[in-house]
Design a protein around this ligand. Structure first.
Ligand code: PLP
Ligand code: SF4
Length: 395
């Protein structure tokens, strides 16, 4: 008998909705319609702390609260520090803006040639196609526009954006994000992808989405059949904690993988949620089993109201140090900081080079042993001369 590689995947359905039928639960429209988005909805299902109650009231004018029944059912009602709970239920601290925080921490608004299109790197663009998500992450880097309740609004100029892409041949890679593009209907997504694929210099299309985690029911066979017509198409998912990888999520990711869609995962390092080697190791191992390659581990951006969720930079380095060499290379994400104000993604790595001078590099491995790697020694002219003679004289 072979052990299943999925024995640690569980389902929480129907969680806090004991009366709902499996058909409704499995229907993404039911999930969207029954999202938790008011204080009353929340309090009817779990007991809140004073800090959470205040946080929910403050969130209404900043970043809306919205939680799918699927994701909500992963919350431990008896643990205010539950790692799922803290990602989606606001707290009082969210209302405080630390001096280092910004509403647009990655400087996206100043890099938009067309509203909704961020062109920071030479050959690729970030296309913000919607401001809505299935649920809202309290640390969202785009909370200035996402959810539609803040002061700023996303005003994507579709026609202008497509025209910009058509006349900008250096763009070979388009990343659809938002908000969450997979919240669009199949036909709307198909129209967008068709228009992009009609541009000859666009080689590569990616979709950034947390739908497989928040709303796995949306990953229908019909959606997968549509997406696979647009290859090469990649999807970047967003998962932060192993608890998020349920049997439903595993099956949804399996459908995407079976449609030939390579997937990467982007995690945000969050204080008290996933800031340990143990949690990250469990997460990345579960991701690999879902055929998702850990891609980036982000230092949390300096978004307003995030100080209680951010960690020190050293924490991320400690996590990479604890993974690299100790586990499968495919499982190790790249730790990055998005340069505050608009620097783009900057990779950070533990120092494996101890010193480097006079033709030698002193290295250490993951266990702390040191090794020396010398520079190449060029072959001396006499040696080459000798070799040449030998190669011509012999029968
Ligand atoms: C993250 C990002 C991309 C994609 O970066 P990769 O390192 O290629 O994944 C492109 N544009 C912007 C503005 C981004 O923030
Ligand atoms: S899913 Fe992404 S865009 Fe939506 S709230 Fe979360 S981090 Fe922001």
């Amino acid at each position: 008998m072979s052990a299943s590689p999925f024995s640690d995947f569980v389902s929480h359905a129907p969680g806090h909705w004991p009366d709902v039928s499996p058909e409704d639960w499995g229907d993404y429209k039911w999930q969207l319609k029954n999202r938790i988005n008011t204080l009353a909805d929340l309090e009817a299902r779990i007991e809140l702390t004073d800090s959470e109650r205040a946080g929910v009231l403050l969130a209404g004018s900043k970043l809306a609260m919205s939680i799918t029944p699927h994701f909500f059912s992963l919350i431990d009602p008896n643990d205010p520090d539950c790692p799922v709970r803290r990602q989606v239920i606001p707290r009082l601290e969210e209302g405080w803006t630390a001096p280092e925080e910004m509403s647009d921490p990655c400087g996206e608004d100043s890099h938009m040639p067309v509203p909704g299109l961020v062109h920071r790197y030479p050959d690729r663009v970030l296309f913000l196609v919607t401001d809505r998500c299935a649920s809202y992450c309290r640390y969202c880097t785009r909370s200035r526009v996402v959810s539609g309740v803040g002061e700023q609004h996303l005003e994507t100029q579709w026609e202008q954006a497509f025209q910009y892409l058509e006349k900008t041949p250096q763009v070979r890679d388009v990343l659809l994000s938002g908000g969450d593009p997979l919240l669009f209907s199949d036909s709307k997504l198909e129209k967008i992808l068709t228009r992009l694929r009609a541009i000859p210099h666009i080689e590569f299309v990616r979709i950034g989405s947390r739908i497989p985690i928040f709303l796995p029911q949306r990953i229908t066979p019909e959606l997968c059949a549509m997406l696979r017509k647009f290859h090469p198409l990649f999807i970047s998912i967003h998962s932060n904690h192993p608890k998020e990888l349920t049997t439903e999520v595993r099956d949804a990711l399996g459908r995407l993988a079976d449609a030939g869609i390579p997937m990467g995962n982007q995690s945000v390092l969050l204080n008290g949620i996933n800031d340990s080697v143990d949690v990250q190791r469990t997460l990345v191992h579960k991701l690999l089993r879902c055929r998702v390659r850990p891609y980036y581990l982000y230092q949390c951006d300096l978004i307003t109201g995030s100080s209680h969720l951010r960690t020190n930079v050293s924490k991320g380095l400690e996590i990479i140090e604890g993974l690299r060499g100790h586990t499968t290379g495919y499982a190790v994400p790249q730790f990055v900081i998005d340069g505050p104000g608009g620097g783009g993604k900057i990779p950070l790595n533990p120092d494996y080079v101890l010193e480097s001078h006079e033709g030698r590099t002193l290295l250490r491995n993951y266990e702390g042993e040191t090794f020396e790697y010398p520079e190449p020694t060029p072959a001396p002219a006499e040696a080459l001369e000798l070799l040449k003679e030998r190669s011509t004289c012999c029968p």
